[in-house]
Design a protein. Sequence first.
Length: 372
Amino acid sequence: MAQQYVEAVNTPNSIPNLDNTWQNTVEIMRNRAIDGAVVEYNKQMQTGVAKARQTGNGVPLEEDETLEGNEAEMNIPRQPTLMDLHNASLKKVTDMLLLKIGHLGISSEEQGTDESNAATVVGEMQNRLVKREERTVDYVAQDGNTKKKKVFVITGGELFRYIQENKEHSRAFCQETFQRLFDPIRKHAESPRPDYDFKQLMEELDHARQQYKEQARGPEKWTVLQEMTKHLDKLEATFENIKGFEKKVLEEKQKAQEAELNAKKKDEEFQQLIKQTQDMQNAQQETMQKMEQQYKEQMEKLKQEEMGRYAQEQKKVQELRNALREEQAQREKDRNEREHSKTMDMIMGMNRQMMDLMARAMEKKNSSCPIS
């Protein structure tokens, strides 16, 4: 700020503008605060992911809560999901950012500008962490009818990178799990024992599939099962050599399993999108409530400071009058009244700004409702 002022003084035909210099300084401080929040978010996420994988013996994280009943009943330590870690990290860095920028931009000249709005600064930070697109998706309701709903799909940002990394880890883990469970069956079919028949083959396939459902982890669980099951279809020629082979039974079984798998995958993806959209809305609402409380505290402090200043100035006016300096007293009184009116107008303007902000946030939240 001092450097900018000196440069302006040394520039011919220029007039130093402290307001612009301060605004530039505030902008630099806000950008640094955003950068710091992004760095802290990555630090929290990296630490959380590493700790969760260590606790889970290296298994990938679920993207969101998807444990089925039979899995939840097993003695498996619950890992935090990737979205659990994201929500906790987002909350921490948002609180940190609000504390850093809460005291900036409180001046009448800055009211009404988007750049000076704390919500805008927080929004910029959160957009760097998570980029979303609003999309309309189809889903099957409980009554069996297909309906539409607006959801927000994660398409970029820091979180998207963690999602992609976790998917890659999940794919590798699930492929290894599938191979480990199904390779013995393939070997049995290629070199069957004399007493090995089609019934045993089907029982082994069903058991391996159930074991896979219980042991596979992460967002690629169902995708890998679909892909790897197609590889099993290529072994049909080998299965034909097994005693009691029934092609029709095998095909019907595979068809039913494929339909079940498709439905399971689509439903899980839809439920995750719904939960992520709800989490986003809840985080926005919590942020707005914190900002509203912060604004109220700032306004109350500003109001109390102004009342104290006003009282002191009025006291000075009275002292001038007591000293029979009426003309100077009137000037001081007029100046004090102008300053007081200006400050109170600013406070009222900031209150209106916050009310408008909350109204827009509520309107945006209500727009994400089911479409008939």
